[in-house]
Design a protein around this ligand. Structure first.
Ligand SMILES: Cc1cc2nc3c(=O)[nH]c(=O)nc-3n(C[C@H](O)[C@H](O)[C@H](O)COP(=O)(O)OP(=O)(O)OC[C@H]3O[C@@H](n4cnc5c(N)ncnc54)[C@H](O)[C@@H]3O)c2cc1C
Length: 484
C-alpha cells in the first residue's frame, strides 16, 4: 500500500513524486513511455535524441518555483545560462531578446523605431516584477480570500497589478503605444501565444507581462536534453515503474486499486498527471467531471513538430533558440510562427558524434488533423514539413547546407498516441481572460483522495506554470509542506 500513486511522469508527476518522496511519503510513479518528461521529455529515434517539445527553461533561481523545488529536495540541475534567450525574425528584422532590460529595449526600438516603447515596457516590467514577487502568496488555487491575502502581504504590488487582470494586453498596449502596426502586434502576440496559449487580445495584461518578459528572466540550456531535468528530480523517487500504463483506478473503502499493464497496485491517494479531460477514462466517478471540462474548455491548441539531426559546422555564436514570425499562416497549421531549438555543439547526448539535434514547433488547430484518410494525413504532414523547412532556410541560411541525417514530423495525432494528450492538445488550457484566474481548473477533483497536476490545472503550462501547480496542490493537501 503506497501513500501516493502518481499516474504520468510529465513535469507535474515527477515534481509531485519528488517532493512527496522527499517528505518521507511512500510514492509510486507510473509512466507509460520509456522516458520521463512527456511533452518536456527527450526521446530517442534510430540512435539520435530529440527534445519532444519544450526546449526553453526558466524559473530555476532560488526565489522562482522550479528553483524552490530543487532547493527543497536538495538537487543541482544540469543547466547553464544562455543570453540572448532567443532570436526573433520578422521579415527583414532580427531582434535578439537579451536578458538585460536596457539592451532588450534598445533592440526592440531599433526594429520598431516608429513607436515610443519606453513607457509601455516600463509598465510591463513593473507588472511582471510585481507578479513574481506575489506568486508564492497567490497559491493555493485562487480562492476568494486571495485578493485579501495579497493586499495584506504585498499592498503596493497588489494595487499596481489589480486592474491589469481585467484588461487585455492589447488594450493596455494601445493605451501606451497608440495604434501600432500589424508587425508589432505579431511580435507581441507571439510572446503571449507561446507562454499563455492566447493572443494579445485574449490574455489579461498581468499574465501577458510574464510572457513578454520571459526572455528577461535567466533562460537556461539544459545539458543532455530537457529530459535530464526530469531524470534529476526523479532521483528522489524510490519506486518508478516505467513502460507501465495505468488502465483504470477503482475506489475502495481503504483507498484505490490501480490496474496497470504490469499488474495491480494499491495506494491511499492518487495524483493524476494525465489531462483533466482524460481523468474520467481512468476513474468511473470522474467521467462527468471530464465531460463537463471538455465542454467548458474547448479552445485548445495542438503542435506540429519537426525533428532533425544535422551534421556540419555552424557559426560559434549561433543561438540555441530561433523564433520566426510570419505575416501569412503556415498551411495546415493556421499558425504564423515557428520556433526552432538546436543543441549545443558539445552536448553529450543531443550532439553526439558531431551531430546537432533540432526541434521545430508551431501551433496548430486540432481539427486540421482530424478525420483524414491515411493518404491525406501523410500528404499534409509532408507539405507542412517542406513549407516549414523552406521558411527556416530562408531565415537561417546556415542550416540549408548541413547534412540531414534524419528528419521526421509529429502532429497532434503523434502527441495523442505517445503522451496520451486528449485529442493531441498540448500547452494546457489557455491562460486567457475567459478562464483566468477564477475559472481555471482546480487540482482538486470531486473524488476525495484524487488530485490533478500538469498544464490543465491552475496556473497553467510550461516549467513555471506546472511547477507552481505542484506547489499549489501540496500546499492544499499536505499540512507539513512548507516551501514558501
Ligand atoms: C511543442 C511544444 C513546445 C513547448 N515549449 C515549451 C518550452 O520551451 N518551455 C516550457 O517550459 N514549456 C514548453 N511547452 C509546454 C510544456 O512542455 C508542457 O506544458 C508541460 O511539459 C506539460 O507537463 P505535464 O506535467 O502536464 O505533463 P505531460 O507532458 O502531459 O506528461 C504526462 C505524462 O503522463 C504519461 N501518461 C499519460 N497517461 C498515462 C497513463 N494512463 N499511465 C501512465 N502514464 C501516462 C504520458 O506518457 C506523459 O509522459 C511546450 C509544449 C509543446 C507541446
Amino acid at each position: 500500500m503506497f501513500d501516493y500513486a502518481v499516474v504520468g511522469g510529465g513535469i507535474g508527476g515527477v515534481l509531485a513524486s519528488s517532493l512527496l518522496s522527499h517528505m518521507g511519503k511512500d510514492v509510486i510513479l507510473f509512466e507509460t513511455l520509456d522516458y520521463l518528461g512527456g511533452c518536456a521529455g527527450t526521446f530517442q529515434r534510430k540512435g539520435f535524441y530529440y527534445n519532444v517539445g519544450a526546449a526553453t527553461f526558466v524559473g530555476a533561481e532560488e526565489e522562482l518555483p522550479v528553483g524552490k523545488i530543487a532547493k527543497y529536495v536538495g538537487l543541482e540541475l544540469p543547466i547553464k545560462p544562455i543570453d540572448p534567450a532567443m532570436v526573433i525574425y520578422l521579415e527583414d528584422k532580427t531582434i535578439r531578446r537579451w536578458r538585460d532590460r536596457e539592451l532588450a529595449l534598445e533592440e526592440i526600438s531599433k526594429a520598431f523605431p516608429e513607436l515610443n516603447h519606453k513607457a509601455f515596457w516600463k509598465r510591463v516590467y513593473e507588472v511582471s516584477d510585481a507578479m513574481w514577487s506575489m506568486w508564492c502568496d497567490s497559491l493555493p488555487y485562487p480562492s476568494l480570500t486571495l485578493p485579501f491575502r495579497n493586499l495584506s502581504k504585498h499592498p503596493i504590488s497588489f494595487l499596481s497589478t489589480l486592474l491589469c487582470n481585467f484588461f487585455s494586453a492589447k488594450r493596455v498596449a494601445k493605451v501606451y503605444l497608440g495604434n501600432f502596426n500589424s508587425d508589432y502586434e505579431l511580435f507581441l502576440t507571439h510572446h503571449t501565444l507561446i507562454t499563455a496559449q492566447g493572443f494579445l487580445e485574449e490574455v489579461p495584461f498581468s499574465v501577458a507581462s510574464l510572457g513578454l518578459t520571459y526572455p528577461n528572466l535567466t533562460n537556461y540550456y539544459v545539458i543532455g536534453g530537457m529530459g535530464k531535468l526530469l531524470d534529476t528530480f526523479a532521483k528522489r523517487v524510490k519506486v518508478i515503474s516505467m513502460k507501465t500504463r495505468v488502465k483504470s483506478i477503482r475506489k475502495k473503502p481503504w483507498g484505490f486499486l490501480i490496474e496497470t499493464n504490469k499488474g495491480q497496485y494499491e495506494a491511499k491517494r492518487v495524483i493524476l498527471n494525465t489531462t483533466l479531460w482524460k481523468a474520467g477514462d481512468l476513474i468511473e466517478e470522474l467521467r462527468d467531471f471530464s465531460e463537463r471540462a471538455k465542454r467548458r474548455y474547448s479552445k485548445l491548441w495542438g503542435a506540429f513538430t519537426i525533428y532533425m539531426t544535422v551534421e556540419g559546422e555552424l557559426p560559434k555564436d549561433f543561438s540555441h533558440h530561433h523564433f520566426i514570425l510570419l505575416r501569412e499562416p503556415i498551411p495546415y497549421t493556421g499558425s504564423r510562427s515557428l520556433f526552432l531549438s538546436i543543441s549545443e555543439e558539445d552536448d553529450p547526448v543531443l550532439s553526439k558524434e558531431k551531430t546537432r539535434s533540432i526541434t521545430i514547433s508551431t501551433h496548430t488547430r486540432l481539427e486540421l488533423w482530424e478525420g483524414l484518410s491515411k493518404e491525406e494525413y501523410e500528404e499534409r504532414k509532408e507539405r507542412a514539413t517542406e513549407y516549414c523547412l523552406e521558411l527556416i532556410y530562408k531565415h537561417l541560411p546556415e542550416l540549408r547546407s548541413l547534412k540531414k541525417l534524419q528528419v521526421f514530423a509529429g502532429t497532434p495525432k503523434t502527441f495523442e498516441r505517445y503522451t496520451e494528450r486528449y485529442r493531441g492538445s498540448v500547452g494546457g488550457i489557455p491562460v486567457i481572460k475567459e478562464n483566468f484566474p477564477f475559472s481555471y481548473p482546480s487540482p482538486l477533483t470531486p473524488v476525495e483522495g484524487v488530485y490533478l497536476v500538469g498544464d490543465t490545472v491552475f496556473p497553467g503550462q510550461g516549467w513555471p506554470g506546472v511547477s507552481m501547480g505542484v506547489i499549489n496542490l501540496l500546499k492544499l493537501i499536505e499540512r507539513d509542506f512548507q516551501i514558501c
